[in-house]
Design a protein around this ligand. Structure first.
Ligand SMILES: [Zn+2]
Length: 170
């Protein structure tokens, strides 16, 4: 996240070099701002029948479907964020999760931390953020997954490769 003004006092920030990093500093209250992305979890949800759960969020796309994703919250681990976002957006309980790959999403300066989460198929949650939810067979995903301006497609590719190389559930 790139700041131009101090979030504490509103002063315009100055450039400063700290160790090896280009940072910014508030000349008034001396708060330091690093040049850091916001961490987001990106989660492919898979059930015991090897079906993949995708979400429809109309503000992202009218016809394409995405994987679960969400901002991390202070105080939680990445694994806790994965379980929380999956629960909030879909109602499914994560029994196990596995890191697969990360992606840098330039338009919003996000570091997307990509996981597979295993669940046992259960009732969907009613989330205000989600317009529809659907289980897809692996071969059905390609024609519906969001790839434009969204990391869902790339994450699906990486997870498919991961699942071919490892039997995730064991
Ligand atoms: Zn300040």
């Amino acid at each position: 996240m790139v700041f131009k003004y101090c979030a504490e006092c509103g002063h315009k920030l100055d450039e400063i070099r700290l160790g090896d990093d280009d940072c910014k500093i508030c000349p008034s209250c001396k708060r330091i701002y690093g040049n850091n992305p916001l961490p987001v979890v990106e989660v492919l949800v898979v059930n015991e029948l090897n079906e993949i759960l995708l979400l429809k969020q109309d503000y992202i796309s009218k016809d394409k479907w995405t994987v679960v994703s969400g901002y991390m919250v202070n105080g939680e681990t990445i694994e806790e964020a994965v379980a929380r976002e999956v629960k909030e957006e879909t109602g499914q309980t994560v029994t196990k999760c596995q890191y697969v790959s990360s992606y840098y999403f330039e338009p919003k300066q996000l570091i997307m931390i990509g996981f597979i989460a295993y669940v046992n198929k259960s009732d969907f949650a009613d989330s205000d953020e989600v317009d529809d939810l659907k289980w897809y067979k692996v071969h059905e995903v390609e024609s519906v997954i969001a790839r434009e301006n969204n990391c869902s497609g790339m994450h699906f590719d990486m997870c498919k490769k991961y699942l071919q190389e490892n039997d995730g559930r064991e």
